[in-house]
Design a protein around this ligand. Structure first.
Ligand SMILES: *Cc1c(COP(=O)(O)O)cnc(C)c1O
Length: 387
């Protein structure tokens, strides 16, 4: 079978390692702390708006450029509608940015040279593991620039002496606050970083509502900077797939040119508009998540976990006594799902979503029991899909 289809598929695609999403379990009753979803439901008004819109209008195409949503977002951020593009989740926009700003098929197996810059997608490691996949899909040259050991950003001076970084990369992704570490970055430091770049910089602010600062002003001040936001994590709308980017009108117009005509589904647009009409509800939930995050940080630290300071809705921890992979299996046995990355440099850690207080308490209880017993040994059966 393999023989017959082999030549039908582009070599680049045959070689491709696809992005591995966190598990969405089919069994019910698990405590799901593995994909950073919001533990609180959308506002009742949002659910009502989606229900009301679910009628014979489903036969019609939605607004192709999410105009009503863009108007509301423009008012929220104090910019023009032309500064905003809406995507099928922010993942859609990250892919569109790669398509719009990076020359394809630049990788010819040669070592990096500065001539590669227009083919180059650059990002820090560790950060969102989708970026290298987007680069691979495009055939782009990848530059992975290490963060410092405490996950802080290298300074522009340090970058200049780094062999992996180039100021002229066509596209640079910065996850801020960082995932998977949870570390937040000051806007002043991000601005210094942006000033050091000549190519497009995307500040991926997927978790920014749980942070002290946001860098939206930079997208409106610097023509080469885009800020990416999503309704998924903070606004409890993962299921609906709505994200957006803010930036210079020319960059936004370029993204509009390369997107699918109807990239954002109609019910998603309805839900996002209704969300913006109910921001106080969500701000209350941000405060709750932050309170639970601080309590969980203290409780895990008391059990011997090394917990990195988080400005997101998840914690990045180095568990005590046993390997992170064994902890993953032991928690799973107790019906608690967390995320473990098999990649070098990440395998000693777990990423744990901050859920409700009750979920956090269940996690702490399970951790206490695991520390009191022996955790299971790892077999291929307990190993979840490695990454
Ligand atoms: C979840 C996440 C996204 C994608 O969010 P969607 O809008 O649901 O596509 C983007 N960036 C980071 C860093 C994320 O964690």
């Amino acid at each position: 079978m393999k023989k017959r289809t082999h030549n039908l598929i582009r070599p680049l695609v045959r070689r491709l390692h696809a992005y591995v999403p966190g598990e969405q379990p089919k069994v019910r009753g698990l405590i799901k702390l593995n994909t950073n979803e919001n533990p609180y439901p959308p506002a009742p008004e949002v659910l009502a708006a989606v229900r009301t819109a679910t009628d014979a209008r489903l036969r019609l195409y939605p607004n192709p450029t999410s105009d009503l949503l863009r108007e509301k977002l423009a008012r929220l951020h104090g910019c023009a509608v032309e500064n905003i593009v809406v995507g099928n989740g922010s993942d859609d926009l990250l892919a569109l940015a790669t398509r719009a700003f990076v020359e394809p098929e630049g990788f010819h197996g040669m070592p990096h040279s500065d001539g590669d810059a227009k083919f180059t997608v650059q990002y820090f490691t560790p950060s969102y593991s989708l970026y290298p996949v987007l680069a691979d899909i495009h055939g782009a040259v990848k530059r992975a620039v290490p963060l410092r050991p405490d996950f802080s950003l290298p300074t522009p001076e340090e970058l200049k002496t780094s062999k992996t970084w180039t100021p002229r990369a066509a596209l640079t992704f910065v996850t801020t606050p960082n995932a998977p570490s949870g570390r937040g970055y000051a806007t002043a430091e991000l601005e210094a970083l942006c000033r050091a770049h000549r190519g497009v910089v995307v500040l991926d602010e997927a978790y920014v509502d749980f942070a002290r600062e946001n860098a939206m002003a930079l997208a409106l001040r610097h023509p080469h900077v885009l800020v990416s936001r999503t309704f998924s994590k903070a606004y409890s709308l993962c299921f609906q797939r709505v994200g957006y980017m803010v930036g210079h009108t020319d960059l936004i117009a370029a993204l509009h040119k390369v997107k699918d005509s109807y990239n954002v589904n109609g019910l998603g647009q309805v839900a996002a508009v209704a969300t913006l009409g109910n921001l106080p509800y969500y701000r209350t939930n941000f405060r709750r998540v932050i309170r639970t995050r601080e309590a969980l940080t203290a409780a895990l630290a008391a059990l011997g976990f090394e917990v990195f300071p988080s400005q997101t809705n998840f914690l990045f921890v180095r568990p005590p006594r046993f390997s992170a992979e064994r902890w993953l299996a032991a928690l799973r046995q107790r019906r608690i799902l967390v995320r473990w990355f098999a990649a070098a440099g990440l395998r000693e850690f777990l990423r744990i979503t901050v859920g409700t207080d009750a979920e956090a308490e269940a996690l702490v209880r399970a951790a206490k029991r695991i520390l009191a017993e022996r955790p299971p040994t790892i077999t291929s059966a307990t190993r979840t899909r490695p990454r």
